[in-house]
Write a protein that binds this ligand. Structure first.
Ligand code: MN
Ligand code: MN
Length: 468
């Protein structure tokens, strides 16, 4: 009887898949150090512009050169910043580029509140900047929290003025007010979508009238504009050519007594973007030409010159290919290429189990997520990675002892989502999503696990090092 049971146990061990806890598998000091470095990058880089600039600085400090119009030299590492909001970086491999490229593609834009082109108004003694939300948000999460303002204003003389306000201890912050519970009785039985109106995401930016003159119409608005004129030399119409973003003012923090988790704004998708850049830098001799692509605009459909559909990616690859001796066809190279689409997945939240299908849900601390397909309504819009490619990527992960799990975004037909994966598949590039789990995704403070983050870095590095 006992012999039989041990046979069952033996067989189970041999045949059943067991998710592994990353902490047990990995070097814990490396996990903490990596997380601390990531936190600094996250706190400084709350917009795509700032994040791209930070990555540029890191690449420059690791011997990468900016690729402009010069002909690239063999053996050198290059990068290109795209419209200040995206960044592409390249490291030559052991093999010629003509054999294809190993890509990791991520995005560095995150949900936020963008200032409208005609934003400033005054009502009932308060001045507001009106916003238009960017990406998928739950409206109420952005109310009553400290907001910081980042962005640029381009004047007609070509001067670009930067605004950064709300991050430093001594800075003012900005806020959207909410109704007190005492007067919210009528709201409590209404659907959330009716109570919270995205048109009302107006951010408080002032309350004092110019020259303390309360009789003058729009005196508070005038105070704000006068301040902006003094500080930045702008007038109201300069908002027409501005890109200003309200983002959460708080910084990333450890979560829990054990400090296993990290809350922060913009984990989606900087928790994939930073490991991608780090993996590219730390892979000394990649097997194939290695390219990390950090895009913008994923949260609104990957369109435009900085989104993953942009042909500026092809321009960069063509420029890189100029270091090859013989003629090489761009589309041929792409068809021989492979891509890990780096984006986050939904972590199983015990309070919302009904949204997940447990056996195909990702869990925190269980390593990177390999996602064959995303999409909605029967895989609609999904890249749906091929079996052969999945097998090959698994083989790399297993060689590098990467803790990984395979998951879907949620229950069938409960919603859905997408990543940049499809745009790489469309280019003839074998592609699969590889990211990590996030709780409270798209909220002002998303949660990830530190060990998953480090494991993702190891996974990306393994891919660059070994994938043939
Ligand atoms: Mn994402
Ligand atoms: Mn997202």
């Amino acid at each position: 009887m006992s012999k039989e049971k041990s046979l069952i146990e033996e067989k189970k061990e041999q045949l059943f898949f067991q998710k592994k806890l990353v902490w047990k598998e990995s070097n814990n000091d490396s996990i903490q150090t990596f997380a601390e470095n990531y936190k600094k990058v996250l706190d400084l880089g709350k917009t795509e512009r700032i994040f791209a600039q930070q990555m540029k600085d890191i690449l420059l400090s690791h011997g990468f050169e900016e690729l402009n119009s010069q002909v690239p030299q063999k053996g050198k590492k290059y990068f290109r910043v795209v419209n200040e909001k995206g960044i592409f970086a390249f490291v030559p491999g052991k093999q010629s580029i003509s054999n294809g490229i190993n890509f990791i593609a991520t995005h560095i834009d995150s949900p936020r509140l963008d200032v409208k082109p005609n934003p400033l108004f005054e009502d009932s003694g308060i001045a507001f900047l009106d916003t238009h939300y960017y990406g998928g948000i739950k409206t109420y999460q952005w109310m009553n929290i400290a907001l910081a303002l980042h962005g640029v204003i381009t004047k007609t003389n070509g001067e670009v003025v930067e605004i950064h306000m709300g991050e430093k201890e001594e800075d003012p912050i900005f806020m959207i007010s909410d109704l007190l519970p005492h007067l919210s009785k009528n709201y409590k039985t209404k659907p959330v979508g009716e109570v919270f109106n995205n048109e009302n995401l107006d951010v408080i930016v002032g309350s004092v009238p110019y020259q303390f003159n309360t009789d003058e119409k729009d005196a508070i608005k005038l105070f704000v504009l006068d301040y902006l004129h003094e500080a930045y030399g702008i007038t109201e119409q300069d908002f027409f050519s501005a890109e200003l973003e309200f983002v959460p003012a708080c910084n990333a923090r450890d979560v829990g007594f054990d400090r296993g988790l990290m809350a922060g704004y913009g984990h989606d998708d900087r928790c994939c973007s930073y490991p991608a850049i780090k993996a590219l830098i730390d892979t000394k001799t990649p097997e194939k030409a290695a390219v990390a692509l950090l895009f913008d605009k994923e949260e609104i459909g990957s369109v435009g010159t900085t989104g993953a559909m942009t042909h500026l990616m092809e321009v960069f690859i063509e420029d890189i290919m100029k270091q090859e001796d013989g003629p090489v066809s761009l589309h041929k190279v792409l068809s021989l290429s492979s891509c890990l689409s780096g984006d986050v997945g939904a972590g199983l939240d015990p309070h919302y189990k009904e949204a997940f299908e447990a056996k195909n849900a990702a869990e925190l601390h269980k390593g990177v997520i390999l996602t064959k397909y995303t999409g909605s309504g029967g895989k609609g819009g999904a890249n749906d990675a091929h079996s052969e490619f999945l097998g090959a990527v698994r083989s790399v992960f297993e060689n590098h002892k990467i803790a990984y799990q395979v998951a879907e975004l949620g229950k069938v037909d409960i919603g859905g989502g997408g990543t940049v994966a499809g745009y790489f598949g469309n280019r003839g590039i074998q592609t699969v999503d590889v990211g990590i789990s996030v709780l409270s995704m798209h909220s002002p403070q998303e949660i990830i696990a530190k060990d998953d983050l480090y494991e993702l870095y190891r996974a990306y590095k393994g891919f660059f090092e070994e994938y043939k």
